[in-house]
Ligand binder design. Structure first.
Ligand code: ADP
Length: 193
């Protein structure tokens, strides 16, 4: 059963590829950014606390995100399989997820990193901002989010490389091309059965 994580900078296509991968493998897809945006739209307690961070392009505090994910994949009957996109994003989150996985016999078995050059990321996000009106896809916030990724999330690549579950995929190409590469890379990792 696939328990995968998509680890990539903002604009790399995590959401699109995460949904495709989850549908193909018959597991649910959880995107913390989407979950948080739903809370903001509903005006829930979590949404109220998260909103300002998201608008500045900063990370929402670990405790909020950890709770959201724990409710989604944990609970009385932890899920066997899932695709997570946008979590973990800090070493703290990664350590917590790893402890949860060990305690529940459900450590991640594939971490997909999508590599896309920064200029292409910025171009895609500004295009998305103009098309979908996502309020954090403005020029200033886009740069801030790239910096936050480099500082807080990039170190996770080493964390998962050491655990031998990291696959690095070229994220430049059409959606089906990138999906093919992800499929091939995951199939090459024996542990996902
Ligand atoms: P992107 O990867 O393009 O930044 P997301 O939808 O994944 O888009 O995330 C949007 C925002 O939601 C982030 O900038 C951050 O504020 C918040 N967020 C999402 N996931 C996390 C997380 N795991 N930890 C902290 N903040 C998060």
């Amino acid at each position: 059963m696939l328990r995968a994580l998509l680890l990539a900078p903002p604009g790399a296509g995590k959401g699109t590829q995460g949904e495709l991968l989850a549908a193909e493998r018959g597991v649910p897809h959880f995107a913390t950014g989407d979950m948080l945006r739903r809370h903001v739209a509903e005006g829930s307690d979590i949404g109220t606390r998260a909103k300002a961070y998201m608008e500045r392009g900063e990370l929402v505090p670990d405790e909020i995100v950890n709770q959201l994910v724990a409710e989604a994949i944990g609970g009385d009957q932890p899920l066997d399989g899932f695709v997570l996109d946008g979590f973990p994003r800090t070493l703290e989150q990664a350590k917590l997820a790893y402890e949860w996985g060990q305690a529940n016999n459900r450590t991640f078995n594939a971490v997909v990193s999508l590599a896309v050059p920064e200029a292409e990321l910025v171009r895609r996000m500004l295009e998305r901002g103009a098309r979908d009106g996502r309020s954090d896809d403005t020029e200033e916030t886009v740069h801030r989010r790239q910096m936050v990724y480099d500082e807080s999330t990039k170190p996770l690549l080493d964390f998962y490389r050491e655990r031998a579950i990291l696959v690095e995929v070229d994220g430049v190409g059409t959606v089906p091309e990138v999906a093919d590469r992800i499929r091939a890379a995951i199939d090459a990792l024996a542990a996902t059965d």
